[in-house]
Design a protein around this ligand. Structure first.
Ligand code: IPD
Length: 271
């Protein structure tokens, strides 16, 4: 099991994500309400988040019993066997839960496969529209049979930037201050509400760049691979890997100016 197994892992991810998205779509049509809250009262969980993650973990356990999994709702699950797992699935059953709750058509199932700690395959599927983005490490990023290339923008002032906010009010206040200082220097800002899809839109050039502080692995694992395979530079601040402190995905010529502006604005600071 190595990088060469990425296409095989992607096929499994796609099959599982399609079934999961069908379930999420059906549950939305039947009506949805808040089941619980997590980090704050606005960080909601619906019955669908839990049911869809259960469906995904059951399917992966059946198809790949020796793999590990990390999911947003139920956390880490170890493989069925005692041997350490080389493959780990990173799953967000519904990214964009607040959009899902309100019926805004911008939420997705996101499934990534890691081999030896490196993400090698990922799929993001919009629950409402059926748009599906896939990527394998070194194999490009794709949607509907079309290979994706990111924007060729070179001027930060002409860059359409997507970002997002966490659930903690103090963190949001800091993030809002950063946006207020950034917006005069870019074309405009969008906040669409599902990081996984946001990264895929940037991969397609439907926006130029993306940044956010506070993402969990399940929010970004699949989308970041799609973005990187579409030619975006994906990283954190100060040469660090993308992670909870910061994820930036930007065309090569925009990464440094956006990065430096975010450093000046202390974008990874605050709570
Ligand atoms: C959230 C969405 C949102 C982002 C938040 C994430 P969730 O994920 O991706 O766009 O701004 O940081 O937590 O809670 O809907 O799975």
């Amino acid at each position: 099991m190595d990088r060469s197994s990425a296409p095989e892992l992607l096929d499994i991810a796609v099959e599982v994500a399609r079934n999961a998205a069908d379930t999420a779509y059906r549950m939305r049509a039947e009506g949805v309400s808040v089941t619980a809250t997590k980090s704050t009262v606005t960080d909601v969980v619906t019955a669908a988040d839990r049911a869809v993650e259960r469906q995904i973990s059951d399917a992966l356990r059946r198809l790949r019993p020796d793999d590990a999994m990390l999911g947003e709702e139920y956390g880490a699950a170890q493989p069925g066997s005692d041997a350490p797992a080389r493959v780990r699935w990173i799953v967000d059953p519904i990214d964009g839960t607040v959009n899902y709750l309100y019926g805004l058509p911008h939420s997705a199932v996101s499934i990534a496969a890691e081999v030896d700690g490196e993400v090698v395959a990922g799929v993001v599927r919009n629950i409402h529209t059926g748009e599906e983005w896939t990527a394998t490490l070194g194999g490009g990023a794709w949607r509907d049979g079309r290979q994706l290339r990111c924007s060729a923008e070179t001027d930060l002032g002409q860059t359409l930037v997507i970002t997002g906010f966490g659930y903690d009010p103090a963190r949001r206040a800091h993030q809002a201050r950063v946006v207020a200082e950034l917006i005069p220097h870019v074309r405009d800002i969008r906040r669409l509400g599902a990081a996984a899809i946001d990264l895929c839109l940037v991969a397609e050039g439907r926006a130029d760049a993306y940044y956010e502080k506070g993402l969990a692995a399940w929010d970004q694992a699949a989308g970041a691979l799609v973005a990187a395979e579409a030619g975006l530079r994906v990283g954190g601040l100060g040469g660090r890997a993308p992670g909870p402190d910061m994820v930036i995905a930007a065309p090569p010529a925009i990464f440094a100016p956006l990065h430096d502006r975010l450093v000046d604005l202390d974008a990874d600071g605050g709570p």
